[in-house]
Design a protein around this ligand. Structure first.
Ligand code: KIV
Length: 263
């Protein structure tokens, strides 16, 4: 696998080849995830839960994200590295520019931010300054307290319409990628087919252009997991084997199955 860029993912969307993203927070996993052929690595603010032991991503700071992004990038993975802007590090354009600059200087190739229409100006400004953006819609974990828990989003016609409108608007604002989390599979498939930019799903069914899972979940290490998680360590004797099994399952269309999706 050569160096993966956003152009690679655009070409894969056009050709219908599924791509894979896995979260990583350190150099060792960054190297292995790249070696097993995942096209993207997400330095997710999920590190607040799986590394730091918090019950949400809200306590994660920009210092935490910069540190882990540096660790991941030090392994020089072939995969595209996307780093999460944490809670309240992008409340307005100026703060977003400062926070995103930190993550790009830590080695990220793209930053991810949670939200729709209200982020349009911020996305345009970042892109204008040379910072590619991955947007994140649906169950956006930084808004867990607004949602009243980690709940599936987009089930009512009104919610579905709003998520689709947000997706179109963030694409128009200049976002390069979109993560859709925990929404009905028919909605995710509809959004993926309507957008030109690649869409990565998590708990969003098989109709997205790529799939992402939190590494600890797919390796069967998490105490509680959602319906969409499969333990890819089953039948594997090494962690490398578990990570490779996830990559292979996405690429061959074996994951996700109906049992992993929401309606
Ligand atoms: O922080 C994270 O790991 C994420 C994924 C769940 C998409 O945002």
């Amino acid at each position: 696998m050569g160096k993966i860029t956003i152009s690679t993912l655009n070409k894969m969307k056009t050709s219908g080849e599924k791509f894979v993203c896995i979260t990583a927070y350190d150099a060792t996993f960054s190297r292995i995830i790249s070696e097993v052929g995942a096209e993207a690595i997400l330095v997710g603010d999920s590190l607040g839960m799986v590394l730091q032991g918090h019950d949400s991503t809200i306590p994660v700071t920009i210092d935490d994200m910069a540190y882990h992004t540096e660790c991941v990038c030090r392994a020089e993975p072939q995969s595209l590295v996307i780093a999460d802007l944490p809670f309240m590090s992008y409340p307005a354009v100026d703060e977003a520019l400062v926070s995103a600059t930190r993550l790009m200087q830590a080695g990220a190739h793209m930053v991810k931010m949670e939200g729709g229409t209200w982020l349009s100006d911020t996305i345009s400004k970042l892109v204008e300054r040379g910072i590619p953006v991955c947007a994140h819609l649906g169950l956006t974990p930084q808004s867990v307290n607004t949602f009243g828990g980690f709940k599936v989003q987009g089930r009512t016609p009104k919610e579905a319409k709003s998520i689709l409108a947000d997706a179109v608007e963030i694409q128009d604002a200049g976002a390069s990628l979109l993560v859709l989390e925990c929404i009905p599979s028919h909605l995710a498939a509809d959004i993926s087919s309507k957008l030109d930019i690649p869409v990565i799903g998590i708990g969003a069914g098989a109709g997205t252009d790529g799939q992402v899972l939190v590494m600890h979940d797919l390796l069967g290490l998490s105490e509680h997991t959602a319906r969409f998680v499969q333990n890819f360590m089953e039948g594997q004797s090494t962690i490398r084997g578990g990570l490779k099994a996830f990559v292979d399952a996405v690429k061959s269309g074996q994951y996700p199955q109906e049992e992993h999706t929401y309606s």
